[in-house]
Design a protein around this ligand. Structure first.
Ligand SMILES: *Cc1c(COP(=O)(O)O)cnc(C)c1O
Length: 415
Protein backbone atom coordinates (compact mmCIF):
# COMPACT_ATOMS: atom_id res chain seq x y z
CA UNK A 1 0.00 0.00 0.00
CA UNK A 2 1.47 3.37 -1.02
CA UNK A 3 0.40 5.78 1.70
CA UNK A 4 1.35 8.76 -0.45
CA UNK A 5 -1.40 7.74 -2.89
CA UNK A 6 -3.92 5.98 -0.69
CA UNK A 7 -6.79 7.94 0.90
CA UNK A 8 -7.80 7.18 4.48
CA UNK A 9 -11.51 6.49 4.96
CA UNK A 10 -12.80 5.32 8.36
CA UNK A 11 -14.35 1.89 8.75
CA UNK A 12 -17.16 0.90 11.12
CA UNK A 13 -15.74 -0.33 14.41
CA UNK A 14 -17.17 -3.21 16.45
CA UNK A 15 -17.12 -0.72 19.34
CA UNK A 16 -19.25 1.90 17.62
CA UNK A 17 -21.73 3.44 20.04
CA UNK A 18 -25.50 3.24 19.49
CA UNK A 19 -27.38 6.21 18.03
CA UNK A 20 -27.52 7.86 21.44
CA UNK A 21 -23.77 7.57 21.73
CA UNK A 22 -23.58 4.82 24.34
CA UNK A 23 -20.55 2.56 24.23
CA UNK A 24 -21.19 -0.94 25.46
CA UNK A 25 -24.43 -2.73 26.12
CA UNK A 26 -27.18 -1.67 28.44
CA UNK A 27 -27.06 -4.11 31.35
CA UNK A 28 -28.63 -4.32 34.80
CA UNK A 29 -30.33 -0.99 34.29
CA UNK A 30 -26.95 0.64 33.68
CA UNK A 31 -26.48 2.72 30.58
CA UNK A 32 -23.28 2.56 28.55
CA UNK A 33 -20.60 5.23 28.78
CA UNK A 34 -20.89 8.29 26.55
CA UNK A 35 -24.33 9.59 25.67
CA UNK A 36 -25.48 13.20 25.40
CA UNK A 37 -25.80 14.94 28.76
CA UNK A 38 -26.51 18.48 27.58
CA UNK A 39 -29.20 21.12 27.99
CA UNK A 40 -32.38 20.08 26.20
CA UNK A 41 -31.99 23.03 23.80
CA UNK A 42 -28.77 21.52 22.40
CA UNK A 43 -30.28 18.13 21.54
CA UNK A 44 -31.52 19.16 18.06
CA UNK A 45 -28.07 20.56 17.15
CA UNK A 46 -26.33 17.37 18.31
CA UNK A 47 -28.82 15.12 16.53
CA UNK A 48 -28.30 17.18 13.36
CA UNK A 49 -24.53 16.87 13.72
CA UNK A 50 -24.89 13.11 14.17
CA UNK A 51 -26.82 12.90 10.89
CA UNK A 52 -24.41 15.29 9.13
CA UNK A 53 -21.44 13.23 10.24
CA UNK A 54 -23.12 9.93 9.29
CA UNK A 55 -23.57 11.40 5.80
CA UNK A 56 -19.84 12.00 5.30
CA UNK A 57 -18.45 9.24 7.50
CA UNK A 58 -17.71 6.82 4.65
CA UNK A 59 -17.97 9.33 1.83
CA UNK A 60 -14.98 9.25 -0.49
CA UNK A 61 -15.40 12.86 -1.65
CA UNK A 62 -15.25 14.19 1.89
CA UNK A 63 -12.14 12.20 2.80
CA UNK A 64 -10.50 13.15 -0.49
CA UNK A 65 -10.75 16.78 0.51
CA UNK A 66 -9.40 15.99 3.99
CA UNK A 67 -6.62 13.96 2.38
CA UNK A 68 -5.55 16.91 0.23
CA UNK A 69 -4.88 19.01 3.34
CA UNK A 70 -3.31 16.10 5.22
CA UNK A 71 -0.77 15.60 2.46
CA UNK A 72 -0.13 19.20 1.49
CA UNK A 73 -0.70 21.15 4.70
CA UNK A 74 -0.16 18.80 7.64
CA UNK A 75 2.62 16.73 6.07
CA UNK A 76 1.06 13.26 6.21
CA UNK A 77 1.78 10.43 6.15
CA UNK A 78 3.83 11.00 9.29
CA UNK A 79 6.94 8.87 9.39
CA UNK A 80 7.33 5.65 11.35
CA UNK A 81 10.82 5.88 12.75
CA UNK A 82 12.86 2.93 13.98
CA UNK A 83 14.49 4.26 17.15
CA UNK A 84 17.85 2.55 16.76
CA UNK A 85 19.58 3.63 19.90
CA UNK A 86 16.87 3.01 22.46
CA UNK A 87 16.07 -0.24 20.67
CA UNK A 88 19.65 -1.36 21.19
CA UNK A 89 19.59 -0.23 24.81
CA UNK A 90 16.36 -2.14 25.52
CA UNK A 91 17.11 -5.12 23.29
CA UNK A 92 13.79 -4.57 21.52
CA UNK A 93 12.48 -3.02 18.33
CA UNK A 94 10.99 0.35 19.16
CA UNK A 95 9.17 2.29 16.47
CA UNK A 96 8.03 5.87 16.97
CA UNK A 97 4.98 7.16 15.11
CA UNK A 98 6.08 10.72 14.43
CA UNK A 99 2.95 12.83 14.94
CA UNK A 100 5.39 15.41 16.33
CA UNK A 101 6.41 16.16 12.74
CA UNK A 102 2.93 17.38 11.77
CA UNK A 103 2.35 21.06 11.06
CA UNK A 104 1.73 22.76 14.45
CA UNK A 105 3.64 19.97 16.17
CA UNK A 106 1.10 17.39 17.32
CA UNK A 107 -1.73 15.06 16.34
CA UNK A 108 -4.40 17.67 17.19
CA UNK A 109 -4.21 19.20 13.71
CA UNK A 110 -5.66 15.95 12.28
CA UNK A 111 -9.10 16.30 13.85
CA UNK A 112 -9.07 20.07 13.49
CA UNK A 113 -8.59 19.89 9.72
CA UNK A 114 -11.30 17.26 9.24
CA UNK A 115 -13.81 18.97 11.54
CA UNK A 116 -13.19 22.38 9.95
CA UNK A 117 -13.87 20.89 6.51
CA UNK A 118 -17.08 19.41 7.91
CA UNK A 119 -18.03 22.81 9.39
CA UNK A 120 -17.42 24.49 6.06
CA UNK A 121 -19.55 21.90 4.23
CA UNK A 122 -22.36 22.48 6.71
CA UNK A 123 -22.26 26.19 5.86
CA UNK A 124 -21.08 27.28 9.32
CA UNK A 125 -19.37 30.67 9.51
CA UNK A 126 -17.80 30.35 12.91
CA UNK A 127 -16.03 27.75 14.99
CA UNK A 128 -15.74 27.76 18.75
CA UNK A 129 -13.54 25.61 20.96
CA UNK A 130 -12.51 25.28 24.55
CA UNK A 131 -8.89 24.91 25.50
CA UNK A 132 -6.90 24.14 28.65
CA UNK A 133 -3.27 25.02 28.09
CA UNK A 134 -4.04 26.35 24.64
CA UNK A 135 -2.77 23.58 22.36
CA UNK A 136 -6.24 22.74 21.07
CA UNK A 137 -7.05 26.44 20.83
CA UNK A 138 -3.98 27.02 18.66
CA UNK A 139 -4.79 24.07 16.39
CA UNK A 140 -8.38 25.33 16.05
CA UNK A 141 -7.26 28.90 15.33
CA UNK A 142 -4.91 27.49 12.70
CA UNK A 143 -7.62 25.71 10.70
CA UNK A 144 -9.97 28.68 11.14
CA UNK A 145 -7.35 30.86 9.45
CA UNK A 146 -6.82 28.23 6.75
CA UNK A 147 -10.50 27.87 5.90
CA UNK A 148 -11.57 31.48 6.46
CA UNK A 149 -13.80 30.77 9.45
CA UNK A 150 -14.34 33.07 12.40
CA UNK A 151 -12.90 31.59 15.59
CA UNK A 152 -13.64 32.07 19.27
CA UNK A 153 -11.77 30.14 21.94
CA UNK A 154 -12.94 29.72 25.55
CA UNK A 155 -10.14 29.46 28.06
CA UNK A 156 -10.15 29.64 31.85
CA UNK A 157 -8.82 32.99 33.11
CA UNK A 158 -6.21 31.16 35.18
CA UNK A 159 -4.98 29.36 32.06
CA UNK A 160 -4.98 32.60 30.05
CA UNK A 161 -2.62 34.06 32.64
CA UNK A 162 -0.25 31.08 32.73
CA UNK A 163 -0.23 30.31 29.00
CA UNK A 164 0.53 33.73 27.61
CA UNK A 165 2.38 32.47 24.57
CA UNK A 166 -0.44 30.27 23.31
CA UNK A 167 -2.92 33.09 23.88
CA UNK A 168 -0.74 35.30 21.72
CA UNK A 169 -0.47 32.57 19.06
CA UNK A 170 -4.25 32.27 18.87
CA UNK A 171 -4.65 36.03 18.54
CA UNK A 172 -1.94 36.19 15.89
CA UNK A 173 -3.84 33.53 13.94
CA UNK A 174 -6.92 35.75 14.07
CA UNK A 175 -8.91 34.10 16.86
CA UNK A 176 -10.75 35.79 19.71
CA UNK A 177 -9.92 34.42 23.17
CA UNK A 178 -12.53 34.57 25.96
CA UNK A 179 -11.07 34.46 29.45
CA UNK A 180 -13.63 32.48 31.48
CA UNK A 181 -13.97 33.88 35.00
CA UNK A 182 -16.41 31.34 36.48
CA UNK A 183 -15.67 28.45 38.87
CA UNK A 184 -12.03 27.41 39.13
CA UNK A 185 -11.25 29.44 35.97
CA UNK A 186 -9.75 26.40 34.25
CA UNK A 187 -10.60 23.86 31.54
CA UNK A 188 -13.85 22.50 32.95
CA UNK A 189 -15.25 26.02 33.27
CA UNK A 190 -14.12 26.82 29.73
CA UNK A 191 -15.98 23.70 28.53
CA UNK A 192 -19.16 24.76 30.33
CA UNK A 193 -18.98 28.23 28.76
CA UNK A 194 -18.31 26.86 25.28
CA UNK A 195 -21.38 24.60 25.58
CA UNK A 196 -23.43 27.50 26.93
CA UNK A 197 -22.36 29.70 24.00
CA UNK A 198 -23.17 26.95 21.50
CA UNK A 199 -26.72 26.62 22.87
CA UNK A 200 -27.59 30.06 21.54
CA UNK A 201 -25.43 30.07 18.39
CA UNK A 202 -25.69 26.52 17.01
CA UNK A 203 -27.29 27.72 13.77
CA UNK A 204 -24.15 29.34 12.33
CA UNK A 205 -21.51 27.98 14.71
CA UNK A 206 -19.61 24.69 14.74
CA UNK A 207 -18.30 23.50 18.10
CA UNK A 208 -14.92 21.91 17.48
CA UNK A 209 -14.11 19.52 20.33
CA UNK A 210 -10.46 18.65 20.71
CA UNK A 211 -10.42 15.06 21.90
CA UNK A 212 -12.53 11.89 21.97
CA UNK A 213 -14.82 13.40 24.59
CA UNK A 214 -18.01 15.46 24.75
CA UNK A 215 -21.55 14.46 23.79
CA UNK A 216 -22.25 12.05 20.92
CA UNK A 217 -21.19 12.12 18.06
CA UNK A 218 -17.88 13.77 19.07
CA UNK A 219 -16.15 10.80 20.74
CA UNK A 220 -16.85 8.54 17.76
CA UNK A 221 -16.14 11.21 15.16
CA UNK A 222 -12.79 12.30 16.61
CA UNK A 223 -11.78 8.65 17.06
CA UNK A 224 -12.64 7.92 13.42
CA UNK A 225 -10.57 10.90 12.27
CA UNK A 226 -7.52 10.21 14.46
CA UNK A 227 -7.51 6.53 13.50
CA UNK A 228 -5.47 7.53 10.48
CA UNK A 229 -2.49 7.32 12.88
CA UNK A 230 -2.82 3.58 13.50
CA UNK A 231 -3.96 2.91 9.94
CA UNK A 232 -0.72 4.41 8.63
CA UNK A 233 1.46 2.85 11.32
CA UNK A 234 0.08 -0.63 10.67
CA UNK A 235 0.83 -0.35 6.95
CA UNK A 236 4.27 1.16 7.58
CA UNK A 237 5.26 -1.53 10.06
CA UNK A 238 4.05 -4.22 7.71
CA UNK A 239 6.47 -2.92 5.04
CA UNK A 240 9.54 -2.89 7.30
CA UNK A 241 8.84 -5.81 9.66
CA UNK A 242 6.11 -7.77 7.92
CA UNK A 243 4.34 -8.24 11.22
CA UNK A 244 2.09 -6.67 13.82
CA UNK A 245 3.59 -4.95 16.86
CA UNK A 246 3.51 -6.81 20.18
CA UNK A 247 2.59 -3.62 22.03
CA UNK A 248 1.23 -0.21 21.15
CA UNK A 249 1.74 2.58 23.70
CA UNK A 250 0.20 6.05 23.85
CA UNK A 251 -0.41 8.74 26.46
CA UNK A 252 -3.93 9.75 27.47
CA UNK A 253 -5.41 13.14 28.26
CA UNK A 254 -8.88 12.91 26.76
CA UNK A 255 -7.66 9.94 24.78
CA UNK A 256 -7.59 10.95 21.11
CA UNK A 257 -4.02 10.15 20.13
CA UNK A 258 -4.32 6.85 22.00
CA UNK A 259 -7.55 5.76 20.32
CA UNK A 260 -6.11 7.06 17.07
CA UNK A 261 -3.21 4.65 17.18
CA UNK A 262 -5.05 1.78 18.99
CA UNK A 263 -8.18 1.59 16.88
CA UNK A 264 -6.75 -0.41 14.00
CA UNK A 265 -5.11 -2.89 16.39
CA UNK A 266 -7.99 -3.57 18.81
CA UNK A 267 -9.18 -6.60 16.84
CA UNK A 268 -5.70 -8.14 16.71
CA UNK A 269 -5.53 -10.63 19.59
CA UNK A 270 -1.74 -10.68 19.66
CA UNK A 271 -1.37 -6.90 20.10
CA UNK A 272 -1.49 -5.34 23.55
CA UNK A 273 -2.61 -1.71 23.52
CA UNK A 274 -1.46 0.28 26.55
CA UNK A 275 -2.84 3.71 27.51
CA UNK A 276 -0.79 5.86 29.87
CA UNK A 277 -2.48 8.36 32.15
CA UNK A 278 -0.73 11.20 33.98
CA UNK A 279 0.45 9.96 37.37
CA UNK A 280 1.41 13.53 38.30
CA UNK A 281 3.01 13.71 41.74
CA UNK A 282 1.80 10.19 42.57
CA UNK A 283 -1.58 8.51 42.94
CA UNK A 284 -2.12 9.56 46.56
CA UNK A 285 -1.16 13.11 45.58
CA UNK A 286 -2.20 15.28 42.63
CA UNK A 287 -2.60 13.40 39.33
CA UNK A 288 -4.74 12.98 36.22
CA UNK A 289 -5.66 9.29 36.45
CA UNK A 290 -9.40 9.36 35.70
CA UNK A 291 -9.50 5.65 34.87
CA UNK A 292 -7.32 4.36 37.68
CA UNK A 293 -8.62 6.62 40.44
CA UNK A 294 -11.86 8.16 39.18
CA UNK A 295 -15.44 6.91 39.16
CA UNK A 296 -18.29 7.16 36.64
CA UNK A 297 -19.84 10.60 36.39
CA UNK A 298 -20.97 13.27 33.95
CA UNK A 299 -18.68 15.97 32.57
CA UNK A 300 -18.56 17.79 29.27
CA UNK A 301 -21.84 16.20 28.12
CA UNK A 302 -20.71 12.59 28.53
CA UNK A 303 -20.82 9.77 31.09
CA UNK A 304 -17.33 8.46 31.75
CA UNK A 305 -14.74 8.00 34.45
CA UNK A 306 -14.11 11.25 36.23
CA UNK A 307 -12.05 12.68 39.07
CA UNK A 308 -14.66 13.82 41.58
CA UNK A 309 -15.07 14.18 45.33
CA UNK A 310 -17.74 12.48 47.49
CA UNK A 311 -20.25 15.18 46.59
CA UNK A 312 -19.69 14.68 42.88
CA UNK A 313 -17.76 17.93 42.51
CA UNK A 314 -15.25 17.69 39.68
CA UNK A 315 -11.70 17.77 40.99
CA UNK A 316 -8.85 19.49 39.25
CA UNK A 317 -6.43 17.15 37.56
CA UNK A 318 -2.69 17.64 37.76
CA UNK A 319 0.11 16.78 35.39
CA UNK A 320 3.40 18.33 34.43
CA UNK A 321 2.06 18.15 30.89
CA UNK A 322 -0.81 20.53 30.25
CA UNK A 323 -2.32 18.22 27.62
CA UNK A 324 -2.87 15.40 30.13
CA UNK A 325 -4.46 17.34 32.96
CA UNK A 326 -8.09 16.75 32.05
CA UNK A 327 -10.25 15.44 34.94
CA UNK A 328 -12.29 13.22 32.60
CA UNK A 329 -11.55 10.80 29.80
CA UNK A 330 -13.22 9.86 26.53
CA UNK A 331 -16.10 7.40 27.12
CA UNK A 332 -14.75 4.76 24.73
CA UNK A 333 -11.71 4.38 26.99
CA UNK A 334 -14.02 3.84 29.96
CA UNK A 335 -15.67 1.06 27.97
CA UNK A 336 -12.36 -0.45 26.80
CA UNK A 337 -11.11 -0.47 30.39
CA UNK A 338 -14.19 -2.17 31.81
CA UNK A 339 -14.08 -4.78 29.01
CA UNK A 340 -10.35 -5.35 29.57
CA UNK A 341 -9.61 -4.70 25.91
CA UNK A 342 -6.92 -2.11 26.58
CA UNK A 343 -4.36 -2.05 29.41
CA UNK A 344 -4.14 1.23 31.36
CA UNK A 345 -1.33 2.39 33.58
CA UNK A 346 0.27 5.67 34.61
CA UNK A 347 3.59 7.49 34.57
CA UNK A 348 4.53 10.17 37.10
CA UNK A 349 5.86 13.68 36.36
CA UNK A 350 9.37 12.61 37.38
CA UNK A 351 9.36 9.49 35.21
CA UNK A 352 8.10 11.55 32.27
CA UNK A 353 10.89 14.11 32.72
CA UNK A 354 13.49 11.31 32.76
CA UNK A 355 12.10 9.99 29.50
CA UNK A 356 12.04 13.50 28.05
CA UNK A 357 15.80 13.76 28.58
CA UNK A 358 16.39 10.12 27.60
CA UNK A 359 14.73 10.38 24.19
CA UNK A 360 16.33 13.77 23.51
CA UNK A 361 19.82 12.45 24.20
CA UNK A 362 19.41 8.96 22.73
CA UNK A 363 17.67 9.77 19.48
CA UNK A 364 17.92 13.54 19.04
CA UNK A 365 14.15 13.81 19.28
CA UNK A 366 12.69 16.18 21.88
CA UNK A 367 9.21 14.89 22.72
CA UNK A 368 6.29 16.83 24.18
CA UNK A 369 5.87 16.29 27.94
CA UNK A 370 2.65 14.40 27.11
CA UNK A 371 4.39 12.02 24.72
CA UNK A 372 7.22 11.57 27.23
CA UNK A 373 4.72 9.61 29.36
CA UNK A 374 4.34 7.02 26.59
CA UNK A 375 8.10 6.87 26.05
CA UNK A 376 8.69 6.46 29.81
CA UNK A 377 6.58 3.32 29.85
CA UNK A 378 9.31 1.53 27.88
CA UNK A 379 11.34 1.73 31.08
CA UNK A 380 8.51 1.00 33.51
CA UNK A 381 7.66 -2.35 31.89
CA UNK A 382 9.41 -5.46 33.15
CA UNK A 383 12.51 -6.16 31.02
CA UNK A 384 11.07 -9.53 29.98
CA UNK A 385 8.01 -7.76 28.56
CA UNK A 386 10.27 -5.57 26.43
CA UNK A 387 13.12 -7.83 25.36
CA UNK A 388 12.81 -9.09 21.79
CA UNK A 389 9.44 -7.34 21.34
CA UNK A 390 8.30 -5.02 18.58
CA UNK A 391 6.85 -1.94 20.28
CA UNK A 392 5.04 0.95 18.66
CA UNK A 393 5.02 4.23 20.59
CA UNK A 394 2.88 7.16 19.55
CA UNK A 395 4.94 10.33 19.68
CA UNK A 396 1.90 12.59 19.88
CA UNK A 397 3.79 15.88 19.78
CA UNK A 398 7.10 17.71 19.91
CA UNK A 399 8.63 19.42 22.90
CA UNK A 400 9.09 22.96 21.55
CA UNK A 401 6.07 24.21 23.48
CA UNK A 402 7.55 22.84 26.72
CA UNK A 403 11.01 24.40 26.49
CA UNK A 404 10.56 27.20 29.03
CA UNK A 405 9.08 24.80 31.61
CA UNK A 406 11.79 22.23 30.85
CA UNK A 407 14.54 24.80 31.31
CA UNK A 408 13.07 25.69 34.67
CA UNK A 409 12.72 22.08 35.89
CA UNK A 410 16.05 20.86 34.54
CA UNK A 411 18.16 23.94 35.33
CA UNK A 412 20.27 22.06 37.91
CA UNK A 413 20.99 19.25 35.50
CA UNK A 414 22.24 21.33 32.59
CA UNK A 415 24.00 24.27 34.15
C1 LIG B 1 -3.36 17.50 23.73
C2 LIG B 1 -2.25 16.58 23.67
C3 LIG B 1 -2.34 15.27 24.20
C4 LIG B 1 -3.54 14.77 24.95
O1 LIG B 1 -4.72 14.68 24.21
P1 LIG B 1 -5.35 13.29 23.78
O2 LIG B 1 -6.71 13.64 23.31
O3 LIG B 1 -5.35 12.39 24.95
O4 LIG B 1 -4.50 12.75 22.70
C5 LIG B 1 -1.25 14.43 24.05
N1 LIG B 1 -0.12 14.83 23.44
C6 LIG B 1 0.01 16.08 22.92
C7 LIG B 1 1.28 16.45 22.27
C8 LIG B 1 -1.06 16.99 23.03
O5 LIG B 1 -0.90 18.22 22.53
Amino acid sequence: MDLHKEIYIPKPSPHDPDNNGHFGSVENGQVGFGGRFVPETLMPALEQLRLDYEAVRFDEDFWKEVDYYYKNYVGRPSSLYFAENISKELDAKVYLKREDLNHTGAHKINHCVAQAILAKRLGKKKIIAETGAGQHGVATATVAALFGLECEVFMGAKDVARQELNVFRMKLLGAKVHAVESGSKTLKDAMNDAIRHWVTHARDTYYLIGTVAGPHPYPMMVRDIQSIIGWEAKAQLDVVEGCLPDKVIACIGGGSNALGIFNHFLQDESVECIGIEAGGEGLDCKHGCSLEKGSPGVLHGQLSYLLQDEDGQVQEAHSISAGLDYPGIGPEHAFLKDENIVTYDHITDDEAMDAFVWLSQSEGIIPAFESSHAVAYLKKMKPEDVKGKTILVNLSGRGDKDMIQAQDILSDKFN
